[in-house]
Design a protein around this ligand. Structure first.
Ligand code: FPP
Length: 261
């Protein structure tokens, strides 16, 4: 018997093997974690309190993701446009993330979680870039879950870099270049919290065939139950990748799972 009430994910994964998606059956969920500032302001707190609560949500989601069948999570932590925010907020965010990465390495190793950071490194403060490198190296062989943190990240800038650097820019070469790890990281499900409905320069290439899910709740209020809800809706969608509708394999598989003793 499964340890959670979420039996259909395996077959969702198998139905997503597709030439357009260019991946194996890994389930990749990307998250735009919006609403920290509003969460704090409505409580009369400074915005960085919202970001602090946001980190707690990140911890819960990372802990719960593998049991929901998620293999890869990409979290939008800081966009290259976020440098426009007041220096105090930028510096609070940088120290929060630096502390989070530093203090999470041991538990990532213990729980078989790989950390990958995408985006620019050259503008990060102090020794942050070296600490990221260290965290990536010590978790490099972890298999249970890959957590990608997008930091000083701009999808458009990454595509410009790819255009400059790739001699033979095929779909596969661009995907591998963008992932930074040689893996292809097409997104299956993109979730944005905070009641906004836009992509904000996040994974524009990788989301070519992503299913989009917009949650009204603010990121600090988002939890594993909300993630389950999003996955449930994702499962009910029929991914066609430009082709014709597939038979609802998920429903068939669910029936067989629920009829097991
Ligand atoms: C957007 O909310 C959120 C951010 C710009 C920062 C997200 C960062 C975290 C959740 C913490 C660190 C993450 C990791 C991976 C350790 P907003 O501040 O724009 O919210 P608002 O729309 O309510 O103003």
């Amino acid at each position: 018997m499964q340890s959670n009430c979420y039996p259909k994910l395996d077959c969702v994964k198998s139905s997503s093997i597709n030439q357009n998606k260019m991946t194996t059956n890994q389930l990749h969920v990307a998250l735009i974690m919006d609403g920290n500032g509003r969460w704090a302001s409505t409580r009369g707190h400074p915005r960085h309190h919202g970001h602090k609560r946001g980190v707690e949500t990140v911890q819960k989601i990372i802990k719960g993701a593998p049991d929901l069948g998620i293999d890869m999570l990409t979290l939008y932590a800081f966009s290259s446009d976020n440098w426009k925010r007041p220096p105090k907020e930028v510096s609070a965010l940088m120290s929060l993330m630096q502390r989070y990465i530093r203090s999470s390495v041991a538990s990532f190793v213990k729980n078989d979680v790989r950390l990958v950071v995408i985006g620019r490194r050259d503008r990060l403060p102090g020794k942050f870039a070296q600490e990221i490198e260290h965290a990536q190296n010590v978790t490099a062989h972890a298999k249970r879950l890959t957590v990608r943190v997008a930091l000083d990240y701009s999808a458009r800038d990454q595509l410009i870099n790819a255009a400059h650097e790739l001699q033979n820019p095929t779909r596969s070469a661009i995907s591998k270049y963008l992932s930074g790890t040689g893996q292809i990281c097409d997104v299956d499900l993109l979730i944005r919290t905070g009641a906004e409905q836009r992509l904000s320069d996040f994974l524009l290439w990788e989301c070519a065939y992503a299913e989009l899910y917009f949650a009204k709740c603010l990121w600090p209020d988002f939890g594993v139950e909300n993630l389950k809800e999003a996955l449930k809706e994702y499962q009910a969608r029929n991914r066609r990748f430009g082709g014709l509708p597939e038979p609802k394999r998920a429903l068939v598989a669910q029936a067989s799972v629920s009829s097991q003793p």
